[in-house]
Design a protein around this ligand. Structure first.
Ligand code: LMR
Length: 421
């Protein structure tokens, strides 16, 4: 006889799961009605009024899409994605650095989707013994790789004492412990959360290391154009790896959330660079087919509104030029805000060294603020910051930077708080 059904819920003893801190913080900020509240949590670009910044070029495209009202605009995309979008996205990442014959791409639910589909694909196919993530990294990397069942290891990256990249420790660990067929996740530019990128010389060392040891590079490319304002400069590392001789296999998760401000539309792609013996057109087709099977089982097809916008921008020279000018403006405002915050903290004589704020690059600064300081800033000043001390510089503007600096000064000067200064 089978067991007798009871009325107890299957979920009665379900342990809870940790909430994603970045999105939880965003929710808290949105519910806060304090007039001076400041959101330095999620990496979302805002203008100098703290408002969302729909790019002009995106508005132009949306207007013409609305006028055109193509009856096919709500159609499904193919499972692998819109081929025209993918060709343009590929070109944007790789430029002329990689022969098309080596590349396979699928459309994804932006960068997280690309990271996840890519992780699942590599877990199923090359079956790595471990994945190497930077310490620290974007929290979702760890979650994604744990979800696909690949043991996560960390390579040293950030040195809290010097507030700088510890490249020697990174290389030493990888030399000693990484093995052939391991995967290494690398942030293509604007490292999240530290804002510290390897130099070109250091990228060259990493490329040689991956090549010599047979480590599989997995680039996360979420900020192309945001670090320097120039998408080709920000793609340097990826293009260098793609041009290594003898060539290596690698992959890239690409997002258009930040650089085109398409956060909620989830436009992205996953690219595989295949090479070597047996890399026939049939093998490449098998890569696409396997990726398509993962996509089909998880969400069927990718959303198309954002990718239609990307396609319109990248497919038109004039719009691409306008976009690049806007990218320059966004990157420039972020760089200017770094300087403002730094200068204000210095002017106030805030305890601690703050030069790292101007030395770091991209959307984030890893400030060195401690968890108690972060809590204090939220509770007393309504300033929302990730508990790691990462601040999104894009949330600063000429109207709130003095307020934020004064709050940091107050927290650092409060003897009741243990600080890391
Ligand atoms: C961030 O790190 O704040 C962004 O990439 C948003 C996200 O998806 O976590």
């Amino acid at each position: 006889m089978g067991s007798v059904p009871t009325s107890a819920s299957h979920f009665a003893a379900l342990p809870t799961a940790p909430r994603d801190e970045i999105f939880a913080l965003l929710g808290e900020f949105r519910r806060d009605t304090h007039p001076q509240r400041v959101n330095l949590g999620a990496g979302v670009y805002c203008d100098n009024d703290g408002e969302p910044f729909p790019l002009d070029v995106v508005r132009t495209v949306e207007k013409s899409m609305n006028e055109k009202a193509d009856p096919h605009r709500h159609d499904y995309t193919p499972i692998e994605g819109d081929q025209e979008f993918l060709a343009l996205a590929r070109k944007f990442v790789f430029g002329d650095a990689c022969d098309e014959s080596r590349l396979t791409s699928v459309q994804t639910v932006s960068g997280s989707g690309a990271n996840h589909v890519g992780a699942r694909f590599l877990a199923n196919t090359i079956r790595p013994r471990r994945v190497w993530l930077s310490a620290p990294t974007w929290a979702n990397h760890e979650l994604i790789w744990a979800t696909v069942g690949v043991p996560v290891h960390f390579y040293p990256y950030y040195n809290a004492e010097t507030r700088a990249l510890d490249f020697a420790a990174m290389v030493e660990t990888l030399e000693k412990e990484a093995e052939a067929n391991d995967v290494i996740v690398l942030h293509a530019c604007a490292h999240n959360p530290t804002g510290l990128d390897p130099t070109k010389e250091q990228w060259i060392v990493l490329g040689e290391l991956c090549q010599r040891k047979g480590i599989f590079p997995f680039f996360d490319n979420a900020y192309q154009g945001f670090a320097s304002g120039d998408p080709s400069i920000d793609a340097w590392a990826i293009r260098h790896f793609a041009q290594l001789q003898p060539p290596i296999e690698m992959c890239v998760a690409q997002s258009f959330s930040k650089n085109l401000g398409l956060y909620g539309h989830r436009a992205g792609a996953f690219h595989v660079v295949a090479t070597g013996e047996g890399c026939t057109p049939a093998a490449k087709d098998a890569v696409t087919a396997n990726l398509a099977q993962i996509i089909r089982s998880e969400y069927s097809v990718s959303p198309r509104y954002g990718s239609d916008i990307v396609k319109a921008v990248l497919g038109n020279k004039d719009l691409t030029r306008k976009w690049q000018a806007e990218l320059h403006t966004m990157a420039g405002r972020i760089i200017a805000m770094r300087v403002c915050l730094y200068e204000e903290l210095r002017r106030l004589g805030t305890p601690g060294s703050w030069t790292h704020i101007i030395d770091q690059i991209g959307m984030f600064s890893y400030t060195g603020l401690t968890p108690p300081e972060v809590t204090y800033l939220k509770e007393k000043f309504h300033i929302y910051i990730h508990s790691s001390g990462r601040i999104s510089i894009a949330g600063l503007n000429t109207k709130n930077v003095k307020y934020v600096a004064a709050a940091i000064h107050a927290v650092r000067s409060d003897p009741s708080l243990v600080t890391s200064a």
